[in-house]
Design a binder for this molecule. Sequence first.
Ligand SMILES: NC(=O)c1ccc[n+]([C@@H]2O[C@H](COP(=O)([O-])OP(=O)(O)OC[C@H]3O[C@@H](n4cnc5c(N)ncnc54)[C@H](O)[C@@H]3O)[C@@H](O)[C@H]2O)c1
Length: 339
Amino acid sequence: MVMSNETLPNAPHPLDLDLTGKVAVVTGSGRGLGLAYAAALAAAGAAAGAAVVVNDLDAGVAGAAAAAIEAAGGRAVAVAAAVGTTEAAQALVDGAVEAFGRLDVMVTNAGILRDKVLWKMTDEDFDAVVATHLRGTFTCARAAAVRMREQGEGGRLIMIGSPAGQRGNFGQTNYAAAKAGIAAMVRTWAMELAKAGITVNAVIPIAATAMTETIPAFAPYVEAMRQGAPLPDFLRKGEGFGTAEDCAALIPFLASDAAAGVTGQCVGIGGDKLALWSHPQEVAVAYADGGWRPETIAAGWAAGVGREPQTVGVPASAVPAGAAPTPAVPAPAVPGEGK
Ligand SMILES: NC(=O)c1ccc[n+]([C@@H]2O[C@H](COP(=O)([O-])OP(=O)(O)OC[C@H]3O[C@@H](n4cnc5c(N)ncnc54)[C@H](O)[C@@H]3O)[C@@H](O)[C@H]2O)c1
């Protein structure tokens, strides 16, 4: 159920969004969405925002990103590591503590794609994506939770999901499984960490990045945007598709005191759109005294609990016919092409 589809003006930032004195780690923040998240956290304050550990497996982009944040007046250090292992997670937490004395916010954003249909997907394709997204999120969240519980002042775990994990997506067995697992872990950790004052939420972003700019339905618009043209409303509002900076607005909010009561949620953001995702729940229920038998399920299915089957998949991009610039044939929606 859609609770609200209002369009709201931007308001000035109140004090409880000020992250001065907080320390954050953002994985995979050398480029793309992660870089936008790190920059937004570092700028979230009247004088200075959060101090940020910029992580990426690519040491060059991590260093450049940290330098850019510092050049803009923020505080940042780079820690190059491939997240997915306990050691890498600990190195990030240790990096935050060594450089800035504490840890308040962990954003698990590092990600890769290895899209293939089920019957072509190799063990390596599956394991690489699960290791980076699911294991990377688990190990980094665990290391952060240990440190935050020791500090005893609460904290923020902000895990990055995907529409593919919420609904499934053609060609993304590995990625959908990992992202759905992240949403499941968020719901679990929100319960486990509530007493420690640590909130745990998932962000479901959509943005033009290296990961998505080649999606055929969006590519011409991303190219036009790079040359200064605004993205049209059917993308910014209809698809919730915009820039990495659009998505970054949600991260300082979730990291802030203003979001102290927000936990266990999957929050979508992209373009002009902000959304709260539902969690899975039973939508149709029937009872049989003494239990069900195959023949009674079969006899009652179509008129009973199977009357309105749930849809699967991220809805295909609704690019209007004749819209300029002319897109290629619409493909499955963000992210990945389902090869
Ligand atoms: N772009 C979208 O529309 C979209 C939609 C849904 C979810 N996401 C998610 O958002 C996150 C960021 O995506 P993006 O579009 O910015 O991608 P991107 O490819 O532009 O950036 C990902 C970054 O993560 C780094 N990285 C990859 N594996 C790593 C590892 N093991 N350790 C450390 N760094 C690693 C890469 O070097 C890169 O800098 C991902 O988790 C992705 O699944 C993106």
